[in-house]
Design a protein around this ligand. Structure first.
Ligand code: MG
Length: 205
């Protein structure tokens, strides 16, 4: 990761620790050689900068999947609502322009594909085995379970499934991401790799 990309990632809206971002970069650079990389929940593109840079260095492609209408926690009145990302005319959130801007600033447009739809719709269409899937979409149990169900078996053998926002202590955060992480571990299809802060990583057998 060069300094300019780090600066762009730092300035981008979103919630991702820099150590976690660097881990995403390293994973994308390594497992991008296995196949394309899918990100669920791109928001404004903070994690896309790290993943896209890794995909670029691996000669791979990042697919940024998001409906861009915001997760539950981004809606007006909710904890993570950002009025700058609200389209008043549509009466809905719209983060698509922010993602496109981030990828342009990071000079990653040739290495990243923006896919605007729900994760469920995309997973029904997608069939290419993936080198890496990063799940960081909605944090409700329903959404996280659906993301896991739709994407875990699209990871190629020897590829990785990364899941953000694991909080072993329920007092520190929602339990949906860690539930699907444990589901993956319990499935017998994955081995745990090292966790970086709240970023869990499972490698498919
Ligand atoms: Mg997250």
């Amino acid at each position: 990761m060069d300094a300019e990309l780090l600066r762009i990632a730092r300035e981008c809206k979103g919630y991702l620790d820099e150590a976690e971002g660097m881990r995403l970069y390293e994973l994308a650079r390594e497992y991008g050689r296995v196949g394309p990389i899918v990100e669920i929940g791109s928001y404004c593109g903070k994690s896309s900068v790290y993943l896209g840079a890794g995909a670029r260095d691996a000669g791979s492609t990042l697919i940024c999947i998001d409906h861009h209408r915001g997760s539950e926690e981004h809606q007006p009145g909710e904890e993570y609502h950002d009025p700058e990302l609200f389209d008043a005319q549509a009466g809905r959130m719209d983060t698509l322009h922010a993602l496109r801007r981030t990828l342009r600033l990071a000079n990653l447009e040739a290495h990243a594909v923006i896919w605007v739809s729900s994760s469920t719709t995309a997973s029904r269409i997608w069939s290419t085995p993936l080198g890496m899937v990063f799940i960081d979409g909605g944090h409700s149990f329903e959404t996280a379970r659906s993301d896991y169900a739709g994407w875990h078996d699209k990871v190629a053998s020897g590829g990785v499934l990364a899941i953000h926002d694991l909080f072993p202590n329920p007092a520190e955060g929602g339990q949906a991401p860690i539930e699907i992480y444990r589901q993956g571990l319990g499935s017998g299809s994955f081995d745990a790799l090292e966790t970086t802060k709240t970023l869990g990583v499972l490698r498919r057998r």
